[in-house]
Write a protein that binds this ligand. Sequence first.
Ligand SMILES: Nc1ncnc2c1ncn2[C@@H]1O[C@H](COP(=O)(O)OP(=O)(O)OP(=O)(O)O)[C@@H](O)[C@H]1O
Ligand SMILES: [Mg+2]
Length: 473
Amino acid sequence: MVNIMILIPFLLVGLFLILRFLFKTSLLLILLKKFQCLEDWLHVHQLYRVPQFNHLFQENELYVKVSTYLNSLPSLEDSDFTNLFTGSKSNDILLHLDTDQTIRDVFLGARVSWTLEKSENGGARVLVLRIRKNDKRRILRPYLQHILSVAGDISQRKKEIKLRMNVDSPSSGENGRWRSVPFNHPASFDTLVMDVDLKNKVKADLEMFLKSKQFYQRLGRVWKRSYLLYGPSGTGKSSFVAAMARFLNFDVYDIDLSKVSDDSDLKMLVLQSTSKSMIVVEDLDRFLMEKSKNVSLRGILNFMDGIISCCGEERVMVFTMNSKDEVDEALLRPGRIDVHIQFPLCDFPCFKHLANNYLGVKEHKLFPQLEEIFQGGASLSPAEIGEIMISNRSSPTRALKSVISAMQTNAGAKSRRVSGDGAEEIGGGEQGGLFSREHSVRDFRKLYGLLKMGSRRKDEPLDLGSADKDGSN
Ligand SMILES: Nc1ncnc2c1ncn2[C@@H]1O[C@H](COP(=O)(O)OP(=O)(O)OP(=O)(O)O)[C@@H](O)[C@H]1O
Ligand SMILES: [Mg+2]
């Protein structure tokens, strides 16, 4: 009994030292690996080789996708050695599988391994998949599908968005071709001041669309969705297009209809676009109102339906207009346009949000006066208010006073118009809407240096204000 009492402290110390030794060294890990090797050795395996190039020396897309997938696996970080590279951004560090490196993966409970080998005939490489024969039938196909889908998602996330524009250069015979530049528009759903619910609804709609491949297939419908963004100039339609593209990570095909030679040329442009892209036609109402145009209404309808006949993969189409009142019903029918989004002028909550974003002002003694003016019906577009705030950003009070003057000038012009003509101008005028009188445009420009506005301005739509901006995001 006494002997046991003496032994216990020695046993405890011994146990402590053994545990300490095991934790301080990698003995446990080594034992685990040996056990796995032994277990593997007791199974029959099948090997699959994914070569980097095919027999015509073209890069094997499967090899690229499997590499992308393997380089994203957390087990790569845990492997004994691997390659480190910098990414496209300066502070990105990327892990890459090295030659003769083996990486393990688990799929549906089955353990598989991949080894990167050098092929016998030179520098090309081969990825070798090792899979237990017992698991082969059950997991091989779904596992490869899983790899393709993960790799697709990764490359989509990493992709740099491109803006593609149709160029009009008959001399070089390039008419109808797309010219591409990196898409760097800074707008995102976070920077846009608009109704939060509306913003969330659009995001949810886009997300749902992306996930609905099977749904569209089951219904025998082409996987596409069309949006119409309409509202006065400077209310954020083009910025919204940019936000959508950024959100979807889709390339933007911006079609300039004036550079399209005829109806079939327009169809060709769609045929030359790729999947996972947004096809954008800005100011469609203005184009349709033009008397002599190369593309007919039928051509445009066919082009909208052209997607249906040509392209099965996901496409988002976006059309912008100042007003949809004058536009042919056929163009707006469900199926051609799925979602209509109105962009109204700024109301008081929207103004407050802009004041916070541009001037860092949450409350101000001029706010009650501004609220009254807004409630009186005067309004400016977010672009106009933004410009005033930018040019006066060193003095918030001056900026707010300038907004007040602009709204008063604007309201004055409106009332002069109403009393002079006996009716408010809505629709039709060359330079209708808020600045339909030349002198009010000049007044406004003089006051705030808005040099680029006016030429594209249209009348306010009749349904203005139905989707109020609440100024939060
Ligand atoms: N809702 C908004 N929130 C934040 N900024 C906005 C908003 N609307 C417009 N702006 C600002 O105004 C400028 C012009 O906006 P944008 O070009 O998107 O308007 P638009 O509706 O496309 O006008 P147009 O009909 O003349 O093409 C942008 O630089 C953007 O920053
Ligand atoms: Mg625009």
